[in-house]
Design a protein around this ligand. Structure first.
Ligand SMILES: [Zn+2]
Length: 358
């Protein structure tokens, strides 16, 4: 299908099914439009789907038409109970892909019409974390959907340097996985997992499954554990492990019991990755330092991802090294966010993609 603009195209577009439109991204902004639909969180657990002004890109920024946004448990936590990095009011959405619609002044690094994944971080580039290649820990980090408005809207203004163009044969619905996969790549890198080592992952949701696939890609021997029968059947997960120790243990669920089990199954010289945050009122903060001492074990945190991880994730997705499309259980209009959040809370879904253009 050709890309086009104007009213003639709009008529043509209406005759096509929505997923087809979303995939090709073959529609451009009517220049007379000044309003867009967006989700705005005004207070904890209070949000509306309403008209907002389409934001204007400033210096160093571009306007992106959001084609798809991914929903994850972090959004549930952020909207319903808050998050360390959240400021209100806010348009959430840190997993987004779309088409560059308008350029801010003097932008030459990207052109209008480019299909892009948006790395959700905006980093200073000058602090010790940024200079060490860990811009996810930038002292002035501004995360899309947390400190600044995100992808739960028809349009989003983002820094031009955050964009990663998509390969022609990478679909938007696959590309949205670049963000969660990037976070998993960061965790696996920090775990120093090597081929033929053993790894156990607690939680067979989308993140746990992506961690499992990455570990297999590296050549590690991986098991995944989940108490939920449906998720076990879908992912080949075990109900529990006993009598085995693992080189790497990753709780991919923000649950104290998962952390307790993970540290109990750590081999000598093993590494446990604090990948999923525990709720703010969690009383479980202690690792047993004598255990770490006698068995030379390591506890390492992993939070978010860097721009480089986004590129690696898209390479793995585009080449087919890590399959992602089978993890999508639902694609819903963004206007149905409330229903989608209930499904995430009740774990009756795998990955939900939200379409703001529907
Ligand atoms: Zn920085």
């Amino acid at each position: 299908m050709e890309r086009g603009a104007g009213t003639g195209f709009a008529t043509f577009a209406l005759s096509l099914p929505a997923p087809c439109l979303a995939e090709t991204g073959a529609f451009f902004m009517d220049n007379s439009r000044t309003a867009m639909k967006a989700i705005t969180v005004s207070a904890l657990n209070e949000f509306v789907w309403s008209d907002r002004d389409i934001p204007m890109p400033g210096e160093g920024e571009v306007l992106v038409k959001v084609v798809l946004a991914g929903l994850c448990r972090t959004d549930l936590k952020l909207i319903r109970s808050g998050h360390r990095d959240l400021t209100l009011p806010r348009i959430p959405g840190e997993e987004a892909v779309g088409i560059v619609e308008k350029l801010g002044p003097k932008i030459e690094s990207v052109s209008v019409g480019t299909r892009v994944y948006i790395y959700p971080g905006e980093w200073c580039g000058a602090c010790p974390s940024c200079l060490s290649g860990a811009e996810n820990l930038c002292r002035q980090m501004r995360i899309m959907g947390f400190h600044r408005d995100g992808g739960f809207a028809e349009y989003a203004v983002v820094p031009a340097k955050s964009l990663i163009p998509l390969d022609d044969n990478c679909s938007f619905s696959d590309a949205v996985f670049a963000e969660p996969l990037s976070c998993c790549i960061n965790a696996i890198e920090l775990s120093r997992l090597k081929p033929a080592e053993t790894i156990a992952i607690w939680g067979a949701g989308p993140a746990g499954t992506l961690l499992k696939r990455l570990s297999s890609h590296i050549g590690a021997d991986v098991v995944i554990i989940d108490p939920d029968k449906k998720r076990r059947e879908r992912s080949g997960a075990l109900k529990f492990v006993s009598g085995r120790l693992f080189d790497v243990c990753i709780p991919a669920v923000g649950d104290e019991n998962a952390y307790r089990e993970a540290i109990a199954h750590l081999a000598p010289r093993g590494r446990i990755v604090a990948f999923s945050g525990l709720s703010a009122d969690s009383s479980y903060h202690a690792a047993d330092f004598n255990q770490l001492h006698y068995f030379e074990q390591t506890v390492v945190g992993a939070y978010g991802c860097t721009y480089r991880h986004g590129k690696t994730a898209l390479d793995l997705i585009t080449s087919g090294a890590v399959t992602v499309s089978d993890l999508i259980s639902h694609t819903m209009p963004l206007s149905e966010l409330s229903k989608a959040l209930d499904m995430v809370a009740e774990r009756t879904c795998m990955k939900i993609h939200l379409n703001p253009q529907e």
